[in-house]
Every structure is written in C-alpha cells, then in structure tokens.
Design a protein around this ligand. Structure first.
Ligand code: HEM
Length: 247
C-alpha cells in the first residue's frame, strides 16, 4: 500500500469516526438527555408507518445480526465447526436477501411517507435528511455487495471482515480494503461515516431500551373516596362522619 489517501481512508478515518461515535454519544447524553429520542411522528401519520416501520426494523435487525456473524466471526472458526464456504454463502445470501428486501421495502415506505405527508415533512430536520441519504447509500451498497456474492468470487470474510476486526484489535490492516472491490470500499466508507453522524441524529434511539419499565412498581389507582367512587358529590351539607377524606 503506497498512497497517503489509502492510509487516511482505511486507517485514520475509521478511528476518527469511531471516536466521534463514542464521545458523541457520551456528549449527547450529558447535554441533551431529553432529546434522546426517535422523534416519533406517529401522531401525524400512522397508516404507512404501521407496516413500513416494523418491516424496516425487522430487516435492519436481521442485517445487524448478519454483520455480527459475517464481520465479527473469523472464517477459521466457522471452518472449525464444519461450516463450508458454500454453506456459509448460501446462508448469507438467502437469509440476507430476505432481510435486505424487508429493509429496503420498509425504508421506501418510510421515505415516501416522510416526503409526501406534509406534516411529517414539516418536522423533518436537515440532520434527518442527511441521515436518510446516508442510510440509503449504505443500504444500497450493502445490497450490491450481497448481490455480488452471487456472481462474483470475492470472499469478503478474508478481506473486509479481517480489516474490520483489525481496527478493534488496534492492529489495523488497511491494505485489505485497498484490495477490496469498489462496492465493498464504498459500503465500508459510507458505513463508518454514518457512525460519525449517528450520535447527532434520531438514530441514538437504537441504544434505548425501556429496562426500567420491567422493574417499575405497580401503579395504584384509587377512587377519590372509598364510599362514593368517582360519583360527583352532592351539593349541600355533609353529615358528620361522611365528609370524604382527602389524601
Ligand atoms: C464498517 C462497517 C460495515 C462493513 C465493513 C459492512 C460490510 C458488509 C458486507 C461485507 C456485506 C455483504 C454481506 C453478505 O453478502 O453476506 C454487507 C451487506 C449489507 N450491509 Fe453492511 N457493513 C458495514 C456497516 C453497515 C451498516 C452501518 C449498515 C446499515 C445501517 C449496513 C447495511 C448493509 C445491508 C442492508 C447489507 C445487505 C445485507 C442483506 O442483503 O441482507 N452495513 N455489509
């Protein structure tokens, strides 16, 4: 590897983006805790949201687990348990195709709704627009990668995946990305840029789980008065001992 640009793109830039990702989330939480939300627009439109939102989230969750498997688990491990290359790629492409179709159809629904429902467009910020453009580019280049798995012979588990892990081992191997096909380079580049933008967008809601809800105490509902329930009180004098107790 000889170019300064390559060193920047596949070594320096990923660390910058990951640092912004981590510090950005910490900063956002400290200074904008109450803005940590998906900024729901359900009250403006719900009929498209009802199918597009679960579709997108189901798809992207499956894509996430696919990435954990494809990028996180070394090929030698799957070899060791007897999963052949052919078997692995059949699984990746078939499950990946279903996940990819759910993600993209869901996303088209969400984007259509955001663009053509006036009220939803009205609450869409510039940052939202940037985030959607990046999401579309990352997802489309990802789908091209999966498609190239059917026709091409590039084995990303010996290239892109090893590069990805090398970043986290602090033993970066940028030369592996220099040798990768263009669609894999673009996908990787846009994905790490998305990581840098992530903490400043509504995507922060991905790290929100209502865990406290599981352990919350019961909510007690009490009528205003033990005898009268919620009936309105009669006007006039109250007999001694029948005056409702206030809590
Ligand atoms: C640096 C980080 C990333 C790397 C190195 C990476 C790498 C890859 C690779 C190698 C594939 C092909 C998988 C296969 O065919 O088995 C792929 C597919 C894909 N990626 Fe990524 N990816 C990254 C981050 C992301 C992110 C952040 C998103 C979305 C927000 C994303 C969305 C997708 C999608 C939608 C596909 C198509 C999967 C499918 O068909 O189910 N990727 N990615």
């Amino acid at each position: 590897m000889d170019s300064t640009l390559d060193t920047f793109l596949w070594l320096i830039f990923p660390y910058i983006c990951l640092t912004v990702f981590v510090l950005g989330h910490v900063g956002r939480y400290r200074y904008d805790k109450f803005g940590w939300t998906s900024r729901s627009s359900q009250m403006y439109e719900s009929s498209i949201l009802r199918w597009a939102n679960p579709m997108f989230h189901f798809g992207i969750l499956a894509v996430f687990f696919g990435h954990v498997m494809g990028l996180g688990i070394p090929k030698s491990w799957t070899d060791a348990v007897g999963i052949s290359d052919g078997m692995y790629h059949f699984m990746a492409i078939s499950v990946g195709a279903v996940a990819g179709v759910f993600t993209i159809v869901g996303l088209i629904g969400l984007l259509y709704r955001r663009r053509f429902t006036k009220a939803v467009l009205g609450v869409t910020t510039r940052m939202d627009k940037l985030m959607y453009v990046m999401l579309v580019v990352v997802i489309l280049t990802g789908l091209i990668n999966t498609g190239s798995g059917v026709v091409g012979d590039y084995n990303y588990r010996e290239g892109v995946s090893v590069w990805f892990r090398s970043i986290f081992y602090f033993n970066p191997q940028p030369e592996l990305m220099v040798d990768a096909p263009l669609s894999f380079q673009l996908h990787g580049l846009f994905a790490i840029t998305l990581f840098a933008v992530w903490p400043f967008t509504r995507l922060v809601h991905a790290f929100t789980a209502p865990l406290g809800y599981v352990f919350r105490p019961y909510i007690l509902y009490r009528s205003r008065d033990d005898h009268e329930g919620s009936r309105s009180r009669r006007r006039g004098w109250d007999k001694v001992d029948t005056i409702p107790r206030r809590r």
